[in-house]
Design a protein around this ligand. Sequence first.
Ligand code: NAP
Ligand code: COA
Length: 269
Amino acid sequence: MKNCFGDRILADKVAFIAGGSSGINLGIAERLAEQGALVALLSRKPEKVQAAADDLIAKGYRAMAIAADVRDYAAIEAAFVQVKNAHGPIDIVVSGAAGNFLAPTVALSANAFKTVVDIDLLGTFNVFRASFDHLRKPGASHIAITAPQAVNPMAFQIHACAAKAGVNMVTRCLALEWGPAGIRVNGISPGPIAETEGMARLSPTPEAEAAFKQSIPLRAYGTKADIAEMALYLACDASRYVTGAILDCDGGWSLGDASADALTVPTRG
Ligand code: NAP
Ligand code: COA
């Protein structure tokens, strides 16, 4: 059995990374590519996704770019056909395309709510559903990028909370249904990750960031590399008996408020 501590443990693998042109998902793509996988990056903006693939190729990795919107099922199915025709059956599928912004519910239109649900939840369904006929079976590994919002309600994020809750259930339903075909389906729930578009939107000032860190048990934001390590674990044979799991990588943030005030024993006045 291969493990996650060797070199080029994914040398014969093909990975499809939806939302792979930036941030956390690009970090995952680079880690898988470094271990030898051919990584197919997919996102909406042609120049952005091509630049991300070119950057990986310049580093000596195997990569290709596809411009498509995860809300468009036919385009996603065509993307899987393109990757399989070029490089063979797909071993690893990451669904990480997402959209988020802070908005009070009374300032959120029905279309704004639908837009985020369509990208995150319908997009994950589309990516995983369209992959099925193009996978190496048994042995394929699917990884959904979810968020603590899936289980912890948060103000001004009703759209992302609802969408990611659905992503968790899609992950667990498919793990149940596709396990007999030898397909594993898991999720990663990142906490606040430094230098990402997500945190730029959710915690946009130095003051907000400092306060946020003081509420996290480990008192720091995570890094893209932290999430990439977990994705490598889920992609490789070290996790071959793990399916239907949503793994937290969040410094303990989802456990609750760990600020000094919250952890001070109240005394009688
Ligand atoms: P990001 O850099 O904005 O990544 C989002 C990616 O999705 C980009 O590649 C974007 O590229 C693509 N995308 C967006 N809409 C798309 C669509 N309709 N079709 C295809 N691709 C689309 O953000 P990030 O902060 O790294 O977040 C990445 C993932 O981690 C998301 O699933 C997010 O929910 C999750 N997450 C992030 C954090 C955090 O701290 N940042 C915490 C928890 C969970 P284009 O613009 O080219 O489409
Ligand atoms: N507050 C309230 N509503 C907002 C909003 C905000 N900050 N940003 C967009 N909307 C609304 C729009 O007004 C529109 O609703 P309307 O038709 O009723 O006016 C709806 O959302 C769709 O906006 P649009 O810009 O057409 O969507 P899009 O598909 O081009 O982009 C977004 C999707 C809005 C999620 C955009 O922010 C995006 O592309 N995000 C990807 C990057 C990202 O979010 N990264 C972090 C990942 S966690």
